[in-house]
Structure formats: structure tokens, C-alpha cells
Design a protein around this ligand. Structure first.
Ligand SMILES: NC(=O)c1ccc[n+]([C@@H]2O[C@H](COP(=O)([O-])OP(=O)(O)OC[C@H]3O[C@@H](n4cnc5c(N)ncnc54)[C@H](OP(=O)(O)O)[C@@H]3O)[C@@H](O)[C@H]2O)c1
Length: 266
């Protein structure tokens, strides 16, 4: 036993009750937290690794997968605490669910489904071309996000607690419905400054979308080597990335820029 022999004993206690959940004998001193999670999973199949928060302190931060047992401030018998994070859902799936909702919810209003604006207005269409343009922009925005989720983003976290999905979806889906309700309303009137306002908004919208996409690609390129760390991003030859001179997450600057452009259609 003990670090001297290259082995540790690891006991894992429940973070709340402090009840011992398992005792692992002869764990190699260079074992990682990932390996300890897997050993724990073998004993408790219902708690798969992504569900486990393994900590040194019952109320402290979770240890990272790559941390090594012998580098932790523990004795030859390491005491770790376990918290169940609840059922998990993969990040890609989270984004796909969040973004597919608005895409389809918008169409319920655009096509004026019977229960939306009353039976008299069902399946009618707006006489204003800008309403069609708004639908194209909204759909483009979410299709772009779906494509980025599948082909561009390299996430650092594998999963998120399943219960958070309800909160996230309420925001995205609810906001899409609110927006779509007014733009597609039979009493909708086009923007006060007419074509000039619409053209300006479309140009700004496309620039912001291109900027947002460029930043996502640049951030993804930082993880080409398969790492999951958050490196410092630097501007590239693409002028859209020059905002990296000022902030490290200009994707949100561009994202913010898209909103007033879209609001100009109202
Ligand atoms: N999430 C939201 O609440 C929200 C709200 C409004 C709009 N959006 C839209 O959705 C997009 C994505 O959202 P997000 O919250 O994931 O944005 P984010 O935190 O800026 O991250 C975008 C992607 O880049 C990665 N990343 C961030 N910083 C990095 C760095 N320094 N080095 C390497 N990779 C890095 C992220 O991975 P990790 O985060 O996994 O490390 C993620 O895959 C936003 O840009 C925006 O267009 C999201």
C-alpha cells in the first residue's frame, strides 16, 4: 500500500452524507481522474462518467479528467467525494434541439396556422415582401447555427445536465414565437423608412452573420490539435477576425449586431 509502492488507496464518499460508496485498493499512482471515474462506473453502472462530479472537497470544484492522482494534495489513502450531476445530454444534441425549435416555430406564424391568428387568417400570406425576407433571414440564421454545430464547433465539455435543456429551450423557442408573432401578424406594417431601411438592415445582417461565422471557424481552428483548452485567439488574415484585437469572443459582438438588423424589419 501507499505512494511509496506506486499504489494508492482511494475511497469515494457521498458528498452530502459522507457515506463510503467505494474503496479502491491498489490504484496506480499515475492513474487519472478519468480512470477513477471508470472504476467507479464499474461498481455503479447507473452513474456513467459524465454524470459524476469527483471532488477533493465535498463542496469544491470538480476534478478534471486529466488530473493525476499522485499530483493531488492527498495522502496514500485518497479521500474523494462524489456528487451525482443527474442525467446528461451531449452538447451537440443540446444545440440541435435548441436551434431546430425556432426554425419550425417561426413557420407556424409565417404560414399562419389556424390556431395562431384566428380561423379567418389561416394559411393567408402577407402582402409585404419584407415579411418573406424576414423569414429567409430568420431561417438562414438558425440553419447556419445548425450547420456550425455539426461541422464547426469543437466543444470542451461533452455533456450538460439534461434538466437545463428545458430552461435553454424556453428562451430560444419562446423568443422565436414572440418575434414571429409580430412580424407575421396580419396587421403588420412595413418599416417606416421603407427600402432604404430594409436594404441597410439586410447588408448589416449578412455582414454580422459572416463575422460570427468567421469567429466560430477561428475558435475551432484553435482546437485542431484535439485539445479542449481555451487558448488566446489572435486575428488572422480574415478582416472579420480583427475584432480579436479588442475582445476574445467577438462572435457575440456580431451576434448582437444581427439582432437590431432583424428588428429593423419590424
Ligand atoms: N450559448 C448561448 O447562450 C448563446 C446565446 C446567444 C447566442 N449564441 C450563439 O451560439 C454561438 C455559440 O455559443 P457558445 O456559448 O458556445 O459560444 P462560445 O462560448 O463563444 O464558444 C463558441 C465555440 O468556440 C469554443 N471556444 C470558445 N472560446 C475558445 C477558445 N479561447 N479557444 C478554443 N475554443 C474556444 C467553444 O467551446 P467551449 O465553450 O466548449 O469551450 C465553442 O465550441 C455564439 O457564438 C452565438 O452565435 C449562444
Amino acid at each position: 500500500m501507499g505512494g511509496r509502492a506506486g499504489f494508492f488507496e482511494v475511497e469515494i464518499l457521498d458528498w452530502k452524507t459522507k457515506k463510503q460508496l467505494c474503496f479502491l485498493d491498489k490504484v496506480e499512482s499515475n492513474a487519472t481522474i478519468r480512470e477513477i471515474r471508470l472504476m467507479f462506473h464499474k461498481l455503479y453502472p447507473q452513474w456513467y462518467p459524465a454524470r459524476q462530479s469527483i471532488r477533493l472537497d465535498p463542496k469544491g470544484k470538480s476534478l478534471r479528467d486529466e488530473e493525476i492522482l499522485q499530483h493531488l494534495p492527498v495522502g496514500t489513502t485518497a479521500t474523494l467525494y462524489f456528487k451525482d450531476l443527474g442525467p446528461q445530454i451531449g452538447w451537440t444534441m443540446v444545440f440541435l434541439i435548441e436551434y431546430t425549435g425556432p426554425l419550425f416555430i417561426y413557420f407556424l406564424f409565417y404560414f399562419r396556422m389556424p390556431f395562431v391568428y384566428g380561423l379567418d387568417e389561416r394559411f393567408t400570406s402577407s402582402p409585404h415582401p419584407v415579411v418573406n425576407l424576414a423569414c429567409i433571414c430568420h431561417s438562414f440564421h438558425y440553419i447556419k447555427r445548425l450547420i456550425e454545430t455539426i461541422f464547426v464547433h469543437r466543444f470542451s465539455h461533452g455533456t450538460m445536465p439534461l434538466r437545463n435543456i428545458v430552461k435553454n429551450c424556453l428562451y430560444y423557442w419562446g423568443f422565436a414565437a414572440w418575434l414571429a408573432y409580430y412580424i407575421n401578424h396580419p396587421l403588420y406594417t412595413p418599416p417606416s423608412y421603407g427600402k432604404k431601411q430594409i436594404n441597410f438592415a439586410v447588408i448589416m445582417f449578412l455582414l454580422c452573420e459572416a463575422g460570427n461565422f468567421s469567429i466560430h471557424v477561428a475558435l475551432s481552428d484553435l482546437r485542431r490539435d484535439g485539445s479542449r483548452t481555451r487558448k488566446i485567439p489572435y486575428p488572422t488574415k480574415n478582416p472579420f477576425t480583427w475584432l480579436f484585437f479588442f475582445v476574445s469572443c467577438p462572435n457575440y459582438t456580431y451576434e448582437w449586431g444581427c439582432s437590431p438588423c432583424f428588428a429593423s424589419f419590424r
